[in-house]
Design a protein around this ligand. Structure first.
Ligand SMILES: C[S@@+](CC[C@H](N)C(=O)[O-])C[C@H]1O[C@@H](n2cnc3c(N)ncnc32)[C@H](O)[C@@H]1O
Length: 354
């Protein structure tokens, strides 16, 4: 089954789809750093640097796809700037990135598609944007459902929530979402932060190198599966914070935040996520794009890129390129590959019988 990934970023969603058995033909994004990472980790998929608000991009995608059928489209459009300026005025220029996904589905009539977004998108304009998306795809001949999914329910050591639309062509079947395989009501407990990263070198004696060795064996099943056949550790460089940052975070207990600090300490940051330390015995809070507010459960520093990648369920063989800032953004923007895998498997089961 061939798939196209729109707004592919580094390719967390398409990594999951690849592992579920899809062949990714092309990933499209306008961030070259993210595309470099995508190209390095996607088995020869073309990484196309184009603006998806531009009609000419569709022609370029068509040239790359050639005669191949496109069975599935996956997409993670950014949702900044959604607007409804009048009743049903979904065609407002500010929504054009979503319209790009509609246009591609219209052109290719794939068997199915997945669109991922932040949960808040479901309630924007009292749900009118979401409802308009559902209506338009139904009109185009798709059965479509949307649901907020929790990454930890699918084996990701993170509480991240994402709104997911699944569409299936009406002549093929009905969409349905994968059942949780971890957490309450299942046989497996959620994977914790400690279970995810405790085997990685602590870097307490230095910042480490970008390419390095493991310091011991994998300690949990999750760590084993993340290592796979990897013998080299990438993207595991620690941050050397200023002394006051280290001293402040040292005062925060595991799972705590700025509210646990003594009066007069760390007051320069006092919003709800300030000085948050991960809880090693629970799935992580949502990995962000590098805001530097979420600290290691035990060490007095933010997680390395590799630690964040593990928490996002990127295997160690998935290497991130670009500056540290760009790498953090790629990891934080991504759909966790294990969530992508669960979605890919489910969609394949629905459309594969055709
Ligand atoms: C949420 S991220 C997608 C993450 C990706 N699905 C993953 O799992 O790794 C959104 C992406 O949209 C890209 N983007 C934003 N505006 C764009 C545009 N006009 N054309 C193409 N890509 C765009 C950004 O560079 C970013 O990589």
């Amino acid at each position: 089954m061939n798939a196209i990934d729109l707004f592919c970023g580094a390719g967390g969603l398409s990594k999951g789809f690849m592992d579920a058995g899809f062949s990714i033909i092309v990933g499209v994004d306008n961030d070259q750093d993210a595309l470099n990472t995508f190209a390095l980790n996607h088995n020869g998929a073309i990484a196309l640097n184009e603006d998806l608000s531009n009609q000419e991009t569709f022609d370029k995608i068509k040239q790359i796809a050639g005669e191949r059928s496109i069975d599935v489209i996956i997409a993670g459009p950014p949702c900044q700037g959604f607007s409804l300026t009048g009743p049903r005025n979904f065609d407002d220029a500010r929504n054009k990135l979503y319209l790009a996904v509609l246009e591609m589905v219209k052109q290719y009539k794939p068997k199915g598609f997945i669109i991922e977004n932040v949960p808040g998108m479901a309630t924007l304009y009292e749900g009118q944007i979401k409802n308009e998306i559902l209506r338009r795809f139904r009109e185009m001949g798709y059965n479509i459902e949307c649901r907020v999914l929790k990454a930890c329910d699918y084996g990701v050591p993170q509480m991240r929530k994402r709104l997911v639309f699944m569409g299936v062509r009406q002549d093929i079947g009905q969409p349905h979402f994968p059942e949780p395989t971890f957490g309450p009501g299942t046989e497996k407990p959620y994977i914790t932060c400690r279970e995810a990263i405790s085997d990685l070198p602590t870097r307490i004696n230095g910042l480490g190198l970008d390419v390095d060795k493991y310091c011991g064996p994998a300690l949990t099943e999750y760590q084993k599966s993340m290592r796979g056949n990897c013998t080299i550790l990438h993207n595991h460089v620690a941050t050397d914070h200023k002394d006051f940052v280290k001293a402040t975070i040292a005062l925060v207990p595991e799972g705590g935040n700025y509210k646990d600090l003594p009066a007069g300490v760390g007051e320069s940051r006092n919003f709800h996520m300030a000085w948050t330390r991960l809880d090693g015995n629970a799935p992580a809070r949502t990995v962000d794009t590098g805001h530097r507010n979420l600290f290691h459960y035990e060490l007095n520093r933010i997680p390395t890129v590799r630690e964040s990648a593990r928490i996002q369920s990127f295997p160690d063989g998935f290497v991130f390129t670009g500056t540290r800032t760009k790498q953090d953004r790629q990891v934080g923007n991504a759909v966790p590959p294990l969530l992508g895998y669960a979605l890919g498997k489910e969609l394949l089961a629905i459309i594969g019988e055709e």
